[in-house]
Structures are given as structure tokens and as C-alpha cells.
Design a protein around this ligand. Structure first.
Ligand code: HMG
Ligand code: MG
Length: 297
């Protein structure tokens, strides 16, 4: 068995934030609990952003407060500012994630702030988190291309990732928000960031818009990354990234990793059952090939 690869499940947050049908809080809670029970070590539960911007997750407090938390599992939540941090802490969140982008244009559309301005907003969040003993993850979006500005210089990705790490984010998740990257570019991007942020502090976050996500993950695993974000059933997408579709499906990532001899700690059958249940709630075909194959088996 080769090294353990840590999967950060983002389905309850990234997966649901762009859905037209809004699931009731009770079903969101059941989703989070089933994912943790399937063995996922980290389940991003929701996000404490402005409900005007993401109405699908307006019930963040109710959802988070309702989770039966499993010991040893992390339940990070997105916070864009101190207001979000305070809402998250009021219901007992112990890990938060701040998010910005390598593209100025995308950041303005997504969080109504430029890159430097967004990082300024994180400073009080990071200070409070340090004092409260709360872990902070950092996301950098549009690392391989932007829906508004097109190409994103590698130097911008490196600068933003380094800044978040220097400010105290324990892990930096590098997001291909619109699923535009291909393996050699993904690897080169990861290696450029790894020259300034240690590889164990990096994660990759691929959307599968063009069917490249698993290939990109494989290229990044070969370069040494040990943490991969994914969403059950391939749900996901950012409402402020036109054309972005689902994240790589967790079922497919687990199947590939286990097939390569990596230990993920995830029960694939339980995950497939959860993905099937979620797809039926959302009234759509699963975005996971492994799930579709096991359905017909
Ligand atoms: P703004 O309008 O500039 O904010 O939005 P503001 O500070 O002027 O506040 C406006 C209103 O929002 C006020 O209410 C605030 O109280 C309220 P009003 O006085 O009008 O009634 N407000 C809040 N309410 C609740 N919780 C909060 C909060 N903050 C302000 N935390 C803001 C700026 C950042 C708030 C907004 O742009 C926002 O919430 N954006 C979130 C967008 C989002 O969630 N996008 C998806 C997540 S990112 C992603 O998916 C990418 C990722 O997956 C990686 C990848 O794939 O690349 C992570
Ligand atoms: Mg995403």
C-alpha cells in the first residue's frame, strides 16, 4: 500500500451552492453525516457567505448546528470575511476556509473585491482564528485560467498561494474553477507553487468541465501532492464562474486511488450509495462514472 491520500469532500458546499433546487437543511445534514460515516476525513459542510450572493446556503447555521459530528473528522466551512467567521463560530465551527483567486477579474465578480483587498479582509479572520485555535484553509481560484480574463500568469498563482500560507493558512487548495487545465499545465502550476509553499501544505481542487480532472489529479499525485478535493456524484460549480461545472467526483477519485494502491480510508460502497441517494434528491444523473457503472452492475 502506498501513502495515504487525504480527500477533502466539498460536495455539501461546492456541490450544493450552484444547485437550482435548494435541499432542505435536514437533507444537507444527512448528506454530511453519510459522507463522514463513509470514512471521509474532511467534509466541507457549508459556507457562511452572504445569503444574497448564495441563497442555496442561507441555512448554513441551521445545517452546521444540526450535524452529528464524528470524532476525528474535520468540518471546514467557507467564510469570506469576519462576519462569516463570527456566524460560523457562533455554531461551533472549528475550521474555516478563506477564499480568493489568482485572477483580479474573477475575484471582483465572486466576492466584490480585488485580490489584495480580499486578503486585507482575511487579516482579522486569521487573527481571530489564531486566538481561538481555529484552523484556516486557504483557497486560490482560477489557477489554470479565468472565465473573465483568460490566461492567468503562474506568477500570480504563486504570489497569492504564498501570501495565504505566510499569513497562517495551514493548507492551500489550488482551484481550477472552470476545469480548463490539462495535466502538464496542472503539474507545472503545482510545482511552481511547491517551490515556495511546502508540498504537504498544498491541495488540488479540480472541476471536471472538460473531462480532465482525473488526469490532472494523477499528474499532481506524481508531482507529490497528498490532498485532493472532490465532490460526491461530481456535483459543484461556482455561481460566479460562468460555464463552470461539477467538481471531480469523489467516487471516481477513490476508485482511482485505491486501484493505484493508495489508502483513502473511504468505503466506496457506502460512498456510491450516498452519491446515488444525492442524485435522486437532485433529480439528475450522477456525474460519477464509477457510480453509473456500479448502478448498472
Ligand atoms: P458585498 O455586497 O461587497 O458585501 O459582498 P458587503 O460587506 O457590502 O455586505 C453586503 C450585505 O451582505 C450586507 O447586508 C452584509 O451584512 C451582508 P445588508 O446590509 O445589505 O443587509 N454580508 C453577509 N451576510 C452574511 N454572512 C456574511 C456576510 N458578509 C456580508 N459573511 C461578500 C461581499 C464577500 C459578502 C459577497 O460577495 C459574498 O458573499 N460572496 C460569496 C460568493 C461565493 O460564495 N462564491 C462561491 C464560493 S468560491 C468557489 O466556489 C471557488 C472554490 O470552490 C475553489 C474553486 O473552485 O476555484 C472555493
Ligand atoms: Mg470549486
Amino acid at each position: 500500500m502506498t501513502a495515504r491520500v487525504r480527500i477533502v469532500e466539498v460536495g455539501p458546499r461546492d456541490g450544493l451552492q450552484n444547485e437550482k433546487a435548494i435541499l432542505p437543511a435536514a437533507q444537507k445534514i444527512e448528506l454530511i453525516e453519510r459522507l463522514a460515516d463513509a470514512g471521509l476525513p474532511a467534509v466541507e459542510a457549508t459556507s457562511f457567505v452572504s445569503p444574497k450572493w448564495v441563497p442555496q446556503l442561507a441555512d448554513a447555521a441551521e445545517v452546521f448546528a444540526g450535524i452529528r459530528r464524528k470524532p476525528g473528522v474535520a468540518y471546514p466551512v467557507l467564510v469570506p470575511n469576519l462576519q462569516g467567521y463570527e456566524r460560523a463560530r457562533a455554531v461551533g465551527a472549528e475550521e474555516v476556509a478563506v477564499f480568493t483567486a489568482a485572477s483580479e477579474a474573477f475575484n471582483r465578480k465572486n466576492i466584490n473585491a480585488g485580490i489584495d483587498e480580499s486578503i486585507e479582509r482575511f487579516l482579522p479572520v486569521l487573527a481571530r482564528a489564531r486566538a481561538d485555535g481555529v484552523k484556516v484553509r486557504g483557497y486560490v481560484s482560477t489557477v489554470l485560467g479565468c472565465p473573465y480574463q483568460g490566461d492567468v500568469p503562474l506568477a500570480d498563482v504563486v504570489r497569492v498561494a504564498r501570501r495565504l500560507h505566510d499569513l497562517g493558512c495551514y493548507e492551500i487548495s489550488l482551484g481550477d474553477t472552470i476545469g480548463i487545465g490539462t495535466p502538464a499545465k496542472a503539474r507545472a502550476m503545482l510545482e511552481a507553487v511547491a517551490a515556495v509553499v511546502p508540498m504537504p501544505a498544498l491541495a488540488v481542487h479540480f472541476h471536471d468541465t472538460r473531462g480532465q480532472a482525473l488526469a490532472n489529479i494523477l499528474a499532481c499525485l506524481e508531482a507529490g501532492v497528498q490532498t485532493v478535493d472532490s465532490a460526491v456524484s461530481g456535483t459543484g460549480g461556482c455561481p460566479y464562474a460562468p460555464g463552470a461545472s461539477g467538481n471531480v467526483a469523489t467516487e471516481d477519485v477513490v476508485y482511482m486511488l485505491e486501484g493505484m494502491g493508495h489508502d483513502t480510508g473511504v468505503d466506496l460502497d457506502a460512498l456510491v450509495a450516498t452519491g446515488r441517494w444525492l442524485s435522486s434528491l437532485l433529480g439528475r444523473t450522477s456525474g460519477s462514472r464509477v457510480n453509473l457503472a456500479s448502478k448498472s452492475a
